[in-house]
Design a protein around this ligand. Structure first.
Ligand code: DAH
Length: 334
C-alpha cells in the first residue's frame, strides 16, 4: 500500500472537514463544493493520482479513494441539510414595500412641440395635412419663387444666415408652400411647422431661431372669407371661444391682398389689447406662376404664424429665452 497516498487522503479529509465546518451560508458552501467535489476539485486530483499507483496496490488505494469520495459527499449533503432554509437566499420580504418609493423622473414633450402638435391637430380637423421641408434652403425656395425680387431688403445678408450665396438657413416656413406646390396639383390643404433662423439680437421677444407654422390652401374658388374663417376658427380652438380676431391690411410679396392677423387679448384687470399673431393673404399670382399653376383656374390663401408667440400668449410667458434655456424647473410646468 502506498503510504504517502493514504496519508494524503487522510489529510485531505481533515482539511475538508475543517473547511466545511467553517463554511457558513450558501455561498461559502458552494465554494467548498467546487473546491473539493467540483470537476477540477481535490477529489478529481486524487482520482488522477490513482492511475499512477502501482498495480498491486491499486485495489486498496481505489477503495480508500472511494471512501474519501463518499465521506466528502455525505459531509456535504449533511451540511446542506443542516443549513436548511438558511442556505437559501434570505426568505421574507427583501424590500419594505410600505416605504415611500423614489419617483422616477420622467421627461415629457417640450411645450413648443406640444403646441405644434396641438396646432396640427386643430388644422387637421379642418382637413389640413402636415408637410415639412428642409431647414437648409436655397434662394429659389426662400425668396425667388415667393416673389421676393433680388433687390428686396428681406434678402439682406444682415437679415439672413447665408451659407453660400445660393444657400441659407431658411428665414421662413413659406418655403414649404413652394416645395409642396412643385410636386402636387390642387386641391392642396397643408400646414407646415418648423424652425426658422434670423440673425436677430436675442432679447425677451427675439431669438436667432424660432418656430413658425405655415398654412396653404389652394383650390378653385378659395376666397379671403375662407381665410378669415379658417384663422378665426383656429384662434377660438386654441385660445378659447371668447377671443376675437381681426385682419389688418399689410404687405407680403407672396400674397395679394395681404393682412396681419391680430387677436384681442383680455387681461386680468379687465383691459384688452390687440396682439399680432402672424401674416396671411391670398397667394400672389406670381407665386402660382413659379410653380406652373393655372392662375385663371386656382386661387388660394396662405398664412404664417409664430409658434413662440402662440405659446407665450397662452401661458403668459414674459421672455422667449425661457423657452430655450432648458431649465427643468420652468419646463416641468407644462
Ligand atoms: N413668411 C412670413 C414671415 O415670416 C409670414 C407669412 C405672411 C406667411 C403671409 C404667409 C403669408 O404664408 O401669406 O413673416
Amino acid at each position: 500500500m502506498d503510504v504517502a497516498f493514504v496519508d494524503d487522503l487522510n489529510q485531505l479529509i481533515s482539511q475538508a472537514t475543517d473547511d466545511l465546518a467553517a463554511a457558513g451560508g450558501s455561498d461559502a458552501l458552494e465554494a467548498w463544493r467546487i473546491k473539493y467535489l467540483g470537476g477540477k476539485g481535490a477529489l478529481k486530483a486524487v482520482m488522477q493520482r490513482l492511475k499512477k499507483v502501482p498495480k498491486d496496490q491499486k485495489a486498496a488505494a481505489g477503495k480508500a479513494a472511494n471512501e474519501l469520495k463518499n465521506t466528502l459527499q455525505a459531509a456535504y449533503d449533511q451540511t446542506v441539510a443542516d443549513l436548511g432554509d438558511a442556505g437559501q437566499p434570505a426568505a421574507g420580504p427583501a424590500i419594505d414595500v410600505t416605504l415611500p418609493g423614489d419617483k422616477p423622473t420622467i421627461g415629457h414633450v417640450h411645450v413648443i412641440t406640444q403646441t405644434i402638435n396641438e396646432i396640427c391637430d386643430i388644422f387637421g380637423r379642418m382637413g389640413f395635412e402636415v408637410a415639412t421641408g428642409p431647414e437648409v434652403e436655397d434662394d429659389h425656395h426662400n425668396f425667388e419663387a415667393l416673389n421676393i425680387p433680388p433687390s428686396h431688403p428681406a434678402r439682406d445678408p444682415l437679415e439672413n444666415f447665408y451659407i453660400t450665396e445660393q444657400t441659407m438657413l431658411r428665414s421662413q416656413t413659406s418655403t414649404v408652400q413652394i416645395r409642396v406646390m412643385e410636386h402636387r396639383q390642387p386641391p392642396i390643404r397643408v400646414i407646415s411647422p418648423g424652425r426658422v433662423y434670423r440673425p436677430d439680437t436675442v432679447d425677451a421677444t427675439h431669438s436667432f431661431m424660432f418656430h413658425q407654422v405655415e398654412g396653404l390652401y389652394v383650390d378653385e374658388g378659395v376666397t379671403m372669407a375662407d381665410l378669415k374663417t379658417c384663422l378665426d376658427q383656429f384662434v377660438k380652438a386654441y385660445f378659447g371661444p371668447d377671443v376675437a380676431t381681426r385682419f389688418r391690411p399689410s404687405f407680403f410679396p407672396f400674397t395679394e391682398p395681404s393682412a396681419e392677423l391680430d387677436i384681442q387679448f383680455h387681461y386680468e384687470d379687465g383691459s384688452t389689447k390687440w396682439i399680432e399673431l402672424g401674416g396671411c393673404g391670398m397667394v400672389h399670382p406670381n407665386v402660382f406662376e413659379a410653380v406652373d399653376y393655372d392662375t385663371e383656374k386656382y386661387t388660394g390663401f396662405a398664412f404664417g404664424l409664430g409658434v413662440e408667440r402662440l405659446v407665450m400668449r397662452k401661458y403668459n410667458i414674459p421672455d422667449i429665452r425661457l423657452l430655450f434655456a432648458g431649465d427643468v424647473r420652468f419646463l416641468h410646468q407644462f
